[in-house]
Write a protein that binds this ligand. Structure first.
Ligand code: FE2
Length: 243
């Protein structure tokens, strides 16, 4: 973690720049925290709940694996072009995360295959291992948001960063995009949410924009939805775009 300290100073003093990490990392932090809490309160004797919660863990693990792949293929490649070696430490952590993801997947399989008497211990084991994975990821994301951004901001213009991010987003399949929207839109602050949705409206087909709104809306409070609808100029009652 020592690589961070000098760069944090730089980031703290820097003016606002294009930040590829903050939105998706808020989504991941929310997805991770929510899933961990669900595992912690899970009733192992309830077969339906066990199936649902463990499926959610697998979905989280899949999202984490996809996310680090996107970073490797787009962000790290860009960093290495202009700052060779700058992504080495985090790329190494991505390898560790893949190992941890495989281990957690095996713990889910163990829990699902356990007899009734063995389930509580298996669930507790999964809960603790997942918490450590999440803790590690929280540190990891902090490094990316500070040290990696410092590298990106010193070597790329905002227009170039937007182009890199657009290529990354274009590589994401629609189903994955909807899963990301489910966790990203509700857990941003109102200003971030409005900027994101306005950007999506300008770049995506109208049905895709509407689908993202529909996905996020049930997870917003009434006040949050009102602020978003007002900012986007949407009809306040049904969320449809005004004619
Ligand atoms: Fe990462």
């Amino acid at each position: 973690m020592n690589i961070v300290s000098d760069d944090i100073q730089e980031v703290t003093a820097a003016p606002a720049r294009v930040d590829m990490y903050t939105g998706i990392h808020k989504a991941l932090r929310a997805f991770m925290a929510d899933t961990l809490l669900a595992v912690g309160r899970m009733d192992c004797d309830d077969a339906v709940e066990l199936a649902q919660v463990t499926q959610r863990v697998l979905e989280l693990l899949g999202a984490c694996a996809s996310h680090l792949q996107h970073e490797n293929e787009h962000v790290h490649v860009a960093m290495e072009v202009r700052a060779p070696g700058a992504s080495d430490a985090i790329a190494h952590e991505h390898q560790d995360h893949l190992t941890h993801i495989t281990r957690l997947g095996n713990l889910v399989a163990d829990l699902r295959g356990a007899g009734i008497s063995a389930r509580p211990a298996a669930a507790q084991h999964l809960y603790r291992e997942l918490s450590l994975f999440i803790a590690d990821n929280f540190w990891h994301m902090q490094v990316e948001e500070t040290a990696h951004n410092a590298v990106l901001w010193s070597r790329y213009t905002d227009a170039e960063l937007i182009a890199i991010h657009d290529r990354l987003v274009a590589s994401i399949p629609p189903e994955e995009m909807m899963a990301v929207a489910r966790w990203m839109v509700p857990f941003m602050n109102p200003a971030e949410r409005l900027v994101l949705l306005a950007d999506i409206r300008g770049k995506a087909p109208a049905p895709a924009f509407q689908a993202i709104l529909d996905t996020a809306r049930p997870h917003l409070t009434t006040a949050e939805w009102a602020k978003l609808a007002r900012g986007l100029g949407l009809a306040p009652v049904d969320g449809l775009v005004e004619a």
